[in-house]
Write a protein of this length. Structure first.
Length: 271
């Protein structure tokens, strides 16, 4: 989504600036953490942790691009004795929010696959469910994008509704289709796996709400700021926090020797 520059006050500009900066730093730090812990778990769980690292690495790159685009979209005039207000001025370079959708198109399917990989399903079921959820996630992002880049509320509602169809399929699969798989998890890991499902869906539920802010009577500036901050918070939860839960599940189910036990103990101490 390429946004026309809005006339922002300093508070609005700084709120988006700091949100993008915070999530960018969190994604970068999480990437290092996930890849570092991949060798502390049993071999069968390493792919899940590597996927967690790929998710946050991809997100780090796109947040870096969004942050730079935001900085380039505005500048601050020189302040002198006659200055009566301190507000950013649009440079004429639009803020390019399409990086979010490019990010989601890659990372959202991977977020679902990493969760499936720590459930210890048989290979056939793992492949089937991962494919179904991955395709549904990609379709959801593709359908949502045309509505995000339009100012017409009718068009935005239409694509919101269309994107909610694969969204509902994903929610149904996680909570109903995989319920038996969660019930078969080891007792000490069952609550973690179930919790990861809940955190994933709860964080995802904020996206369709943030998406419709412009249709709820929120003015242009507030809607734009709310969308940027809302999406950023949701990304942090869905990628960084869920990734941490994936690490904890993998360590709980079996670390690789002493290193795994030490890693599990460390995470348990700080959970």
């Amino acid at each position: 989504m390429t946004m026309l520059p809005y006339a922002l006050d300093y508070g609005d500009y700084a709120a988006v600036y700091n949100a993008l900066s915070f999530v960018m730093a969190a994604m970068g730090a999480s990437t290092v953490y996930f890849f570092f812990h991949a060798h502390l778990v049993q071999h069968k769980y390493r792919t899940a942790l590597c996927i967690s690292g790929l998710v946050t690495m991809i997100a780090f790159y796109h947040y870096f691009r969004m942050f730079n685009s935001w900085v380039e979209a505005y500048h601050f005039p020189a302040v002198d004795a006659t200055t009566t207000s301190y507000a950013p001025v649009a440079t004429g370079s639009p803020y390019n929010d399409a990086y979010r959708y490019m990010d989601w198109l890659l990372t959202v399917p991977l977020l679902l696959i990493e969760l499936i990989l720590v459930m210890d399903l048989d290979s056939t079921t793992t492949t089937k469910v991962s494919t179904q959820l991955g395709v549904a996630a990609g379709l959801m992002i593709i359908l949502g994008y045309p509505g995000e880049i339009t100012d017409d509320h009718g068009t935005r509602w239409l694509y919101w509704f269309l994107a909610m169809i694969p969204f509902c399929f994903i929610v149904y699969t996680l909570f109903v289709g995989l319920k038996d798989a969660v019930d078969r998890q080891p007792a000490d890991a069952r609550s973690l796996v179930s919790g990861a499902r809940y955190v994933t869906i709860i964080s995802w539920l904020t996206y369709p709400v943030v998406y419709i802010l412009p249709m709820l009577g929120v003015d242009g500036n507030s809607a734009m700021v709310g969308i940027q901050i809302g999406y950023s918070i949701s990304d942090f939860i869905a990628k960084c926090l869920v990734g941490l839960m994936i690490v904890k599940i993998a360590l709980k189910k079996g670390g690789s020797g002493k290193a795994g036990s030490a890693g599990e103990s460390l995470i348990a101490d700080h959970a």
